[in-house]
Every structure is written in structure tokens, then in C-alpha cells.
Design a protein around this ligand. Structure first.
Ligand code: PRX
Length: 646
């Protein structure tokens, strides 16, 4: 910790929507009178039929139920597109920047309306109706946003799957959502390399079954096999459907999307978000956290395959009539200056990215940044994992030239939008701290027994009351929702994160306290990687933990016990890494594999991960109590054979 505090810059206190006094006052009102506060905030969207009830929520584990604005009706696509047409039809809604710096495209709100309406009619032509699930497996091309909004327009529920996931991972999500339609592309392009999306979708469809349509957007025009009757090129049907498509009237609590995310146990969960509360919450957070003003060019570098892309590339910005930039590429292609060149090219005012990208670019030195101007920038953002103070300082000093505040935004797939964050005109910044709660958010830090801790303290982070953007259930498994989030600390939403609160009431997220790891901002369950490893015929047992990694934040350290008769070798190590990539996707590639004749277990057979974590972290001196182990000598072997981590 640098211990430094950054005051709100003078020009910001003049220009921003909210100063500190306004934040304090609005925050107090939001938590003391949530019905009044959110009832007013709901006025930021158009309603087809007004609601009469604002908040109807319960965190009681016997009856977890979350409803906001429940008897109102509206439509998300109407709010993100149609209602802007009269005032900003010719304003650019989406700036698309391709992987190749020569490729870009600007889409006005009027064009967005036409594209989304047509896409919606294509889905209808393939039989998609309100409530049906549509799987979207696309690269970062405008059609990803069109497809999401097209679903919203007709009341279909989208399930976007990150293009880096393997056919197996995709199949699991298709199956769980019972989705009969996949929207994909012939190929994706990232960092100059092709990604075989259609081939992956084919393999997934075969594995999952029940898929009757694969809609293929042409991105590279590569020739891909097309199965007659099932597979159709998007542009072929688009020509045949009308350009006009009315918006379906949706109940406030009708589902908008499912997004799968990893937990500490089992398969990824389908996080379900609904219509009105989600939109109100993403709109208000996008406006205040990024201090978004008309005319600003806003860029969030996330992929639409993650919640950040849903809430802060598509829904929040478009609900606010913003100009949102969508980037197909990666930070280091064609060079380490790419982000900064894109900022100069499109005159980006607000830039929102992940610590892992900042750390990687920081390692490349200042020169690739300094050769660009970045004078359009006025605000920087960070999301996805804790940002270490060194990376924060570099981002502030080199990228933002000491003039741009940094909003370090803490939230989760489950929360729908940002919950703990600075507001740039209101909050003094401390590098590494997500600072203070957003409106309507009541954080609580608890000890292991669930007792509320007060003042400066450290423990597990819970949220004690609902906010409109909160997930409503785990798709198809409400009991899992209750068990995962409301039973550890009864009556409270448990985030899975550890957190410290300092004497100024600032929150410092310390990372996950469960068996979830955060690798380069991607969330993974250690159990998922373990089950991929044990599916390999030569592996008998596996235990996976995270360890500190300079760039990725956390790396993946796997302890693997082989089947009797199998010998450890470098070839086998490479084979297992390749196997996990194939089973889950490249984001889950183990960084280190240590072959272990046996794993440390308690007498009841439970693997002691605490010890494995310490060994992976290189903290041998501090292994804690090992006397409960069935065979304490196992630990010596693990320590002696520890693999150097990269
Ligand atoms: O551990 C926290 C970390 O990311 C987790 C949520 O991951 P996911 O659902 O994939 O959503 C990521 C994008 C919102 C959290 O439980 N996390 C997210 N933002 C921060 C963070 N940790 C520290 N600081 C943050 N700003």
C-alpha cells in the first residue's frame, strides 16, 4: 500500500454530476428510503405500464425472493434504442474497432434500430418466441450487440458464451439453458489469429443435442461446413425478413439474460437477470460512476461474453444514449500501443479496463504509452480483480498523466452492476481501494461465525439488502441460489470475497475466500479445473489452487496424482495442459503442474487445500497445523518437489 490519498481534482468537482456532499445525501436517502429513491430512479427508463410497487425482496433463506417494480411493463431494446431515435437518431451509438487497425465501423442509433429489428425478425423466422433461450457465441463484432438487443426486443432470453470457451463448455451451457438456437460466426479474429467458432459450435451442438438452428454471421468469410436445415447464414435470411419489428411488452421481472459463472462447487451456474431493475441499475451506475455526459466517447475493453460487457458495453451505456466503443482485438496487437492508439483515433473520454491488462502493459514500459497523445482521456476505470497499488499508480501517472481519476469498481456477475466504487467528482481515491458503496448498497463485513464487524475491520463481505440489479435466481435451480448466497451468513447475500474496511470507511477487496480463482480477470472454479484433469485417463486425483501471478493476478497451480503405473514426464505435463484447454478453454490452462504421489488429506479423506495453497505460494515456513493429516510425510514430499511457478 502506498498510503497515498488522491483528492478530487479541482476541475472535476466543478464538472461532475455529484460532489461529496451530494453523494452523502443521496446515499443516505437511498438506504433509508429505498422505495422512494428507486421509485424515482425508475423514471430514467420508459415504462409501457407504470409499476405501483417498487421493492419486494426477502433474503430469508426459507423464502429468498427478489422483485423490483414487479407490476410494471417495459422493453429493454425500446429503452436502449427506440426512445433515443427522436433526439439522437444520427448520433453514433456503437463505434466498432476491429482487430486489424484498418477495420472500423460506426453505427448510429437509427442504424442500430434497423439492425436490431432485422436481427429480431431473423430470430422470429427461425421460430424464436418470448421466453426461449438463445445462445450467443460470437466474437466482439457489432452483431453480438445486435443479437443481444434483438433477443431483448422479442422477449427471448440470451445466454452469451465467451468465444474462448471450448465446445464442451459451450455444450454444457446449451444443455443447461435448453437452448435450441445458437448464434455464432464462421470464425473470430483476435490478435491476428483465427478462432474456429462455427466448428466449435458444431461440436457443441452435437454433444448437447436439441439445437435446431445455428445462425452464422460471416466475419472472415472462411468456408465452414453448413448442415442443411439446421445451419443458415445470417445475411441470407436477413434479406428475406421485414425491417420493422415491434418491441414485446415485458414484465419488469421477465428474464433478460442468463450468464454462466463459476462457483466453488459444481458446474457453472446460470445467473439470471431480469428486465427493469437490471436496466435501471446499469443505467444509473453507468451515468454516475463514469460521470457520463452527452457527447462523451466511452470505451469498456471487456468482452460481451462476460458481465462487464453486458452491463457496461451494451445495456448501461445504450440506456443512457451513450456512444460506446466495442473492440474486437487485444491490448498488444499489433503493438503494445494499441489501446492508446484507439483512444487517440476515436477521441475516447472514458476508458474502463482490467488490472491484468494494465499490469501486462506496464511491463512493456512507458514508451508505448508515451508515444501516443491520450489528451481526450478524462476518466479511467478498473474492474475484475483487485488492482495492486503499483499498477494503480502507473495507470494514473503514465496513462492518465496525473489528471484522470481512476474508478476501481467492485462488483460481480451476480450483482448485475457496480456496487462499491468511487464517484469521480465526489470520492478521494486510495490506490487499491474500491472505496465506498454505491447508492442503495449496504455492505457488511462479518467474521467466520457471521458476526457483524464494525469500524475498521477485516472479514468476509456480505450485502444486507437487495438492489435492483441483483440476480434473481440460478436458472432452473432456485435452491442452489439460496444455498450458494444466502445460507453461509443467514439472511445476507454472501459475495465470496474477503474485504477490509479502513478507518475512513473505505472498502479494500482482498480476493475470494472460497474456491474460486480469478485468473487474468476470468473467474474459474478450482473444482472445474480438477474435474477436467481427472477426466484424463492417466490422472487419478487432482487438486487445484491459485497462487500470486505478476500479470494475471492469480495463476493456476495443479497438483496431480497419476494412475498406478503412469510415470511423470514433461510430455505428460504438456499433454495435461492441452487437455484442460480442450476441456474448458485456454483461460483455464494450468500454469504449473506438480506431480504428487499423494495429496495431503485429513483422516476423513478431505484434501487440505490450505496447505496446498501455502506450498504454491512458496510459504513453506507457515504451513500451519499439519497434525490432523492422515500422513504428515506427504507434505515433505510436496515441498521438496515444488515446481517453480512462472
Ligand atoms: O473477487 C471479486 C473480483 O471478481 C469477482 C467477480 O467476478 P465476475 O463475476 O467474473 O465479475 C467480474 C466483473 C464484475 C469478485 O467476486 N472483482 C471484481 N471487481 C473487483 C474485484 N476484486 C477487487 N476489486 C475489484 N474492483
Amino acid at each position: 500500500m502506498t498510503g497515498k490519498v488522491y483528492e478530487v481534482p479541482a476541475d472535476w468537482s466543478k464538472r461532475a454530476y455529484l460532489d461529496d456532499a451530494a453523494y452523502q445525501e443521496m446515499y443516505k436517502r437511498s438506504v433509508s428510503d429505498p422505495n422512494g429513491f428507486w421509485g424515482e430512479q425508475a423514471g430514467r427508463i420508459d415504462w409501457f405500464k407504470p409499476f405501483t410497487r417498487v421493492k419486494n425482496t426477502s433474503f430469508d433463506p426459507h423464502n429468498v425472493s427478489i422483485k423490483w417494480f414487479e407490476d410494471g411493463t417495459t422493453n429493454v431494446a425500446h429503452n436502449c434504442i427506440d426512445r433515443h431515435l427522436a433526439t439522437r437518431g444520427d448520433q453514433v451509438a456503437i463505434i466498432w474497432e476491429g482487430d486489424d487497425p484498418k477495420d472500423d465501423r460506426k453505427i448510429t442509433y437509427k442504424e442500430l434500430h434497423a439492425e436490431v429489428s432485422r436481427f429480431a425478425n431473423v430470430l422470429k423466422a427461425r421460430g424464436v418466441k418470448k421466453g426461449d433461450r438463445v445462445t450467443i457465441y460470437l466474437p466482439m463484432i457489432p452483431e453480438a450487440a445486435f443479437a443481444m438487443l434483438a433477443c431483448a426486443r422479442i422477449g427471448a432470453i440470451h445466454s452469451v458464451v465467451f468465444g474462448g470457451f471450448s465446445p464442451d463448455s459451450l455444450a454444457g451451457r446449451i444443455e443447461d439453458a435448453k437452448s435450441a438456437v445458437i448464434v455464432t460466426a464462421d470464425e473470430g479474429v483476435r490478435g491476428g489469429r483465427k478462432v474456429p467458432l462455427k466448428a466449435n459450435a458444431d461440436a457443441a451442438a452435437t454433444r448437447a443435442g436439441g439445437v435446431d438452428t445455428i445462425l452464422v454471421v460471416r466475419r472472415t468469410h472462411a468456408s465452414v461446413p453448413m448442415q442443411a436445415g439446421r445451419d443458415v447464414y445470417y445475411d441470407d435470411i436477413a434479406k428475406t425478413v421485414p425491417a420493422d419489428c415491434p418491441c414485446e411488452e415485458m414484465g419488469a421481472e421477465d428474464p433478460l439474460f442468463i450468464l454462466y459463472t463459476s462457483g466453488s462447487t459444481g458446474r457453472p451456474k446460470g445467473v439470471l437477470h431480469t428486465t427493469a431493475g437490471y436496466l435501471v441499475f446499469t443505467a444509473i451506475t453507468h451515468q454516475y460512476v463514469f460521470d457520463y455526459h452527452d457527447g462523451d466517447i466511452y470505451w469498456c475493453t471487456a468482452d460481451v461474453g462476460w458481465v462487464t460487457g453486458h452491463s457496461y458495453i451494451v445495456y448501461g451505456p445504450l440506456a443512457n444514449g451513450a456512444t460506446t466503443l466495442m473492440f474486437e482485438g487485444v491490448p498488444n496487437y499489433p503493438s503494445n500501443s494499441r489501446f492508446w492508439e484507439v483512444i487517440d483515433k476515436h477521441k475516447v473520454d472514458i476508458f474502463y479496463t482490467a488490472p491484468t491488462a494494465i499490469r501486462a502493459l506496464m511491463q512493456a514500459g512507458d514508451e508505448p504509452v508515451k508515444k501516443t497523445s491520450r489528451k481526450s482521456l478524462r476518466l479511467l476505470g478498473s474492474v475484475g480483480e483487485p488492482i495492486n497499488p503499483e499498477a494503480w499508480e502507473w495507470y494514473h501517472r503514465v496513462v492518465g498523466e496525473d489528471r484522470c481519476p481512476i474508478v476501481d469498481t467492485w462488483w460481480q456477475t451476480e450483482t448485475g452492476g457496480i456496487l462499491i466504487t468511487p464517484l469521480p467528482g465526489a470520492t478521494k481515491l486510495k490506490p487499491g481501494s474500491a472505496t465506498r458503496p454505491f447508492f442503495g448498497v449496504l455492505p457488511q463485513i462479518v467474521d467466520a461465525a457471521g458476526n457483524q464487524l464494525d469500524g475498521a475491520c477485516e472479514g468476509s463481505l456480505c450485502i444486507v439488502d437487495s438492489w435492483p440489479g441483483q440476480m434473481r435466481t440460478v436458472y432452473g435451480d432456485h435452491e442452489r441460489f439460496v444455498q450458494t448466497y444466502f445460507s453461509t451468513y443467514v439472511g445476507r447475500y454472501f459475495t465470496g470475497d474477503g474485504c477490509r474496511r479502513d478507518e475512513d470507511g473505505y472498502y479494500w477487496i482482498t480476493g475470494r475466500v472460497d474456491d474460486v480463482i480469478n485468473v487474468a480477470g476470468h473467474r474459474l472454479g478450482t473444482a472445474e479445473v480438477e474435474s477436467a484433469l481427472v477426466a484424463h485417463p492417466k490422472v487419478s486425483e487432482a487438486a487445484v489452487v491459485g497462487y500470486p501471478h505478476d500479470i494475471k493476478g492469480q495463476g493456476i497451480y495443479a497438483y496431480v496424482t497419476l494412475m498406478t503405473g503412469q510415470q511423470p514426464s514433461e510430455e505428460l505435463r504438456a499433454e495435461l495442459v492441452a487437455w484442460v484447454r480442450k476441456e474448458i478453454g485456454p483461460i483455464a490452462s494450468p500454469d504449473v503442474i506438480q506431480f504428487a504421489p499423494s495429496l495431503p488429506k485429513t483422516r476423513s479423506g478431505k484434501i487440505m487445500r490450505r496447505i496446498l495453497r501455502k506450498i504454491a505460494e512458496n510459504e513453506f515456513g507457515n504451513l500451519g497445523d499439519t497434525s490432523t493429516l492422515a500422513d504428515p510425510t506427504v507434505v515433505d514430499d510436496l515441498v521438496n518437489n515444488r515446481q517453480a511457478s512462472k
